[in-house]
Write a protein that binds this ligand. Structure first.
Ligand code: PLP
Length: 405
């Protein structure tokens, strides 16, 4: 039997893997020590578990365990990277380059940097969501200290040319930070092959627990440092104070190990389901894929169904499928997704988009249900829509002057 609702919002968060949960449980009750307690076995046991997890996390991204700074998640890691570099390298310059399609945790941190006297360049993207490498290079100036470009986008799945970006950064003596929250565990990410100096990621997007993540900080060629944003006991090599979330970190480590072992088979299975879903939904008239189909995460599809409102669609199948829509996605605002608008989509297409985020626990049966439910709902809503009727009569909706209200 198919259990409803179906979860296809894996870019927002993922269901924790049972094996991760099992690895964590002893660290809530039995092994409750503080990893910073140096004088007794409770502390030693916790420290040992954290060290082991640090190794698991580092291994997944090709890093040295000493380069992993545990945080409360990717938002904190984004803040620590950008604010930390800004403060640490202030004698070198105050200019940061980022892109308009970054996650809010990066964009809002950059806004903060501007408020405190920094300068930020926001690169535009093309219709696939990719930055222009020539524009990137042209934006670099003597005061540039950091390039902050995400690995893969959370709304459309577009993967940026990370190796090329890092080469440009390296050539110009600028640090390269990437928010790789959506990429780590889903596609091979290697901080050395990819030339990454700092990288944010989080456990709950890769079948681990919420509330734990990491910032990778390069220790060699070059040695990178960030100014702590949280002062205190000097944990995490002085870059992030605060008692470590031992059960969370143990779970994060296990989640990384599982991704390492299962990424290839997961990707194969999930991308096949994604491609099938996309192919079937594109049989509908006026349905468009948003973002790049070539440079894209294997589990993501963002599709607009013209003249159908995304939120209306979600209501149409009684919320039996958990999805996110490009309309009014930042709660309480009626503005459609800024990422879709950055691709050049009009408000209408942005409002009519759905983001499908498949995952490790998605089944073929769920995908078949989804194809059927969405196809039927789109057809039904269009049948009722005067806009669709006008469109079918060949009226160009852009030329209509709507009465003022
Ligand atoms: C989810 C997400 C974040 C925020 O991660 P948290 O661990 O929830 O703070 C940051 N960046 C990207 C790209 C994300 O997808």
């Amino acid at each position: 039997m198919l259990n409803l609702p179906i979860y296809l919002d894996n870019n927002a968060t993922t269901q924790m893997d049972k094996r991760v949960f099992d690895a964590m449980t002893p660290y809530f009750l039995d092994h409750f020590g503080n990893a910073a307690s140096r004088n007794h076995p409770f502390g030693w046991q916790a420290e040992e578990a954290v060290d082991y997890a640090r190794g698991q996390v580092a291994k997944l991204i090709g890093a040295d365990p000493k380069e992993i700074i545990f945080t409360s998640g990717a938002t904190e890691a984004d803040n620590l990277a950008i604010k930390g570099v800004y403060e640490m390298y202030s004698s070198k310059g105050n200019h940061i380059i980022t892109a308009t399609t970054e996650h809010k945790a990066v964009l809002d941190t950059c806004k903060h940097i501007e408020k405190i006297g920094g300068e930020v360049t926001y690169l535009q993207v093309d219709k696939e969501g990719l930055i222009d490498l020539k524009e990137l290079e042209a934006a670099i100036k003597p005061s540039t200290i950091l390039i902050a470009i995400m690995y893969a986008n959370n709304e459309i799945g577009t993967i940026q040319p990370v190796k090329e970006i890092s080469a440009i950064a390296r050539k110009n003596g600028v640090l390269f930070f990437t928010d790789a929250t959506q990429a780590v565990g889903k596609v091979p990410v290697d901080v050395n092959k990819d030339g990454i100096d700092l990288m944010a990621f989080t456990a709950h997007k890769m079948y681990g627990p919420k509330g734990v993540g990491a910032l990778y900080v390069r220790r060699k060629n070059p040695r990178v440092k960030v100014t702590a944003q949280m002062d205190g006991g000097g944990h995490e090599r002085g870059m992030r104070s605060g008692t470590l979330n031992v059960p969370g970190i143990v779970g994060f480590g296990k989640a990384c190990e599982l991704c390492m072992q299962e990424m290839e088979s997961d990707t194969q299975r999930i991308s096949k389901m994604r491609d099938h879903l996309e192919k079937e939904l594109l049989k509908l008239e006026e349905a468009y894929v948003n973002g790049s189909r070539e440079h894209r995460l294997p589990h993501v599809a963002n599709i607009s169904f013209k003249h159908v409102e995304g939120e209306g669609l979600l209501m149409g199948f009684n919320k039996n499928i958990a999805l996110s829509s490009g309309s009014a996605c930042t709660s309480a605002s009626l503005e459609p997704s800024y990422v879709l608008k950055a691709l050049g989509l009009g408000d209408d297409l942005a409002h009519s988009s759905l983001r499908f985020g498949l995952g490790r626990f998605t089944t073929d049966e769920q995908i078949e249900y989804t194809i059927k439910a969405i196809s039927e709902t789109v057809l039904k809503l269009r049948e009722m829509s005067p806009l669709w009727e006008m469109y079918k009569e060949g009226i160009d909706l852009n030329t209509i002057e709507w009465a003022a209200h």
